[in-house]
Design a protein around this ligand. Structure first.
Ligand code: G6Q
Length: 542
């Protein structure tokens, strides 16, 4: 592990000096002076065309960034992750989401045990279960086939399944209804079961720990909802399945462990969508499509592990993020999928990136003196263009963008797709090249409007172009970001795989809940603001 403070590394200092030389360079000039720029800064790999030429970089920038990655021990760190070393320091755990998509004949050892046979045993069990639901041979307590699948989970046990279901809806069984409950807000549960017949409904309780307050509260409510209609405890075995690492808690809850699909502590919640947590996805799209999803992940795993850094898409993504965060002081990062089915992808990515690299201390506990993970946000195109893109084009902040587009639409209707993709290319072009005062003058623009209509340009973006949204390409896109997060975490010297930041609020909510529920107002011992809020809440509730 690299113990030297990042900003003391000679490779970092070289980048600082280089930044001073290139910071004012404009993409307009860099493109004008190099007709090969697009070819120089693009990668074709695994069916992805990744164009990163519209960035504030030159060859020297990339050479220095790659030198930083190498000096940070990234190549060794990649091997450490893939080979099952316990790289999640603070929890002393291996980080092996890559084992979830490894082929049957692979071998990855954790504590001396090859985990691949277990991974495939669970996948086989999921396949049998998914097929029974899809064929209608899994019957509910009263003999009705299951028509509705409700996934109850939160965070990593929700965002991946929701995103994957929405992304792959076109591949899903349209005669089955899929709903997702995550929030402890009762409205979420209320709406998720609205109109559903309990006799035809299967709840999948997805929780790695099987202790999470939101999920357990929703699961208990689901249990009552089911029992209210079916009036028999025996019904639970027919209408509940669990996805968890905690067999004891699953059986204490009353779910038959025969209907439990296991995973392991080396699968982080936000890295779990292709583990048992993907059961709803497998039921929706079928086991064959689920296998294609895994193949997509696997192809990018191989790419990340073997491609030289100069041609390694997740490594380049990671380095560009570091270049803007740490040298240009960029705070944000927009991810803009031009594919309506990817509408939940930015939300999914927010957790993946921000829970992983939203850290302020290094793996060995030193406070960092540099910027780490960016604020990720996004919306599917073209909707974002009529909303927040204004700030990206003309605001005072530098926000690098990732545009994701596909050559073929899933629904070819009229001109829609070419118009959609014209917007991807136009946005990236406008951000990079802008519109100058001279151009506006040549168009006889009114002088007082010229400052408002000037676009400085020089705003960076990458374009990811793939053939079509499929289970396989979805797996590829997710894996690109997973590995980008890993590479950034290594260079920033973070533990990208813990999430202590979620703990404090949970503990405090646990203390406050009884203070809201008790009939007698207990003495409130919080700060004056929290005390007043609790008192006002109680007054309004009366
Ligand atoms: C993800 C986090 C977190 C987790 C949820 C749900 O990486 O660990 O988002 O997924 O808190 O946890 P359970 O699956 O244990 O209910």
């Amino acid at each position: 592990m690299n113990k030297k403070n990042l900003t003391d590394m000679p490779e970092w200092k070289a980048l600082e000096a280089h930044y001073e030389k290139v910071k004012e360079l404009h993409m307009r000039d860099m493109f004008a002076s190099d007709s090969e720029r697009a070819a120089r800064f693009s990668i074709k790999a695994e069916g992805i065309y990744f164009d990163y030429s519209k960035h504030r970089i030159n060859e020297e920038t990339m050479r220095l960034l790659i030198a930083l990655a190498k000096a940070s021990g990234l190549q060794e760190a990649i091997e450490d992750m893939f080979s099952g070393k316990k790289i999640n320091n603070t929890e002393n755990r291996a980080v092996l989401h890559t084992a979830l998509r490894a082929p049957k004949d692979a071998a990855v050892n954790v504590d001396g045990v090859n985990v691949i046979p277990e991974v495939h045993a669970v996948l086989d069990k999921m396949e049998k279960f998914a097929n029974k639901i899809r064929e209608g041979s899994w019957k509910g307590f009263t003999g009705h086939p299951i028509k509705n699948i409700v996934n109850i989970g939160i965070g990593g046990s929700d965002l991946g399944p929701v995103m994957a279901y929405e992304a792959l809806k076109d591949y899903s069984r349209r005669d089955l209804t899929f709903r997702f409950v995550s929030n402890i807000d009762s409205t979420d549960f209320f709406e998720a079961v609205e109109g559903l017949n309990p006799e035809e409904t299967l709840f999948i309780v997805a929780s790695k720990t099987f202790t999470t307050l939101e999920t357990m509260t929703n699961a208990k409510t689901a249990r009552e909802w089911c029992l209210n209609a079916l009036k028999d405890e025996k019904a639970i075995a027919f209408h509940f399945a669990a996805l968890s690492t905690n067999a004891k808690a699953v059986s204490d809850f009353g779910i038959d462990t025969a209907n439990m699909f296991a995973f392991w502590d080396w699968v982080g919640g936000r890295y779990s969508m292709e583990s048992a947590i993907g059961l709803s996805t497998m039921i929706a799209i079928g086991p064959d499509n689920f296998k294609k999803l895994l193949e997509g992940f696997r192809s990018i795993d191989n790419h990340y592990r073997t491609a030289p850094f100069e041609k390694n898409i997740p490594v380049i993504m990671a380095l560009l993020g570091i270049w803007y965060a740490d040298f240009y002081g960029a705070q944000g990062m927009a991810v803009l999928p031009y594919e309506q089915y990817l509408k939940r992808f930015p939300a999914y990515l927010q957790q993946l990136t921000m829970e992983s690299n939203g850290k302020g201390v290094t793996r060995d506990g030193r406070k960092v003196n540099y910027e780490t993970g960016a604020i990720y946000f996004g919306e599917p195109g073209t909707n974002g263009q009529h909303s927040f893109y204004q700030l990206i084009h003309q605001g005072t902040k530098l926000i690098p963008c990732d545009f994701i587009g596909f050559a073929k639409p899933l629904h070819a209707i009229g001109r829609h797709h070419d118009l959609l993709m014209a917007n991807v290319f136009a946005q990236a072009e406008a951000l990079a090249f802008g519109k100058t005062k001279e151009q506006l003058e040549a168009e006889n623009e009114k002088p007082d409007l010229i400052p408002h209509k000037t676009f400085e340009g020089n705003r960076p973006s990458s374009v990811f172009l793939l053939e079509k949204l499929t289970p396989e390409t979805l797996g590829k896109i997710v894996a690109l970001y997973e590995h980008c997060v890993h590479a950034q975490g290594i260079i920033w010297q973070l533990d990208s795989f813990d999430q202590w930041g979620v703990q404090l609020g949970k503990i405090l909510a646990g203390k406050i809940a009884p203070e809201l529920e008790n009939k007698e107002i207990p003495e409130l011992r919080h700060d004056s603001s929290t005390n007043s809020l609790i008192a006002e809440y109680r007054r309004m509730r009366k």
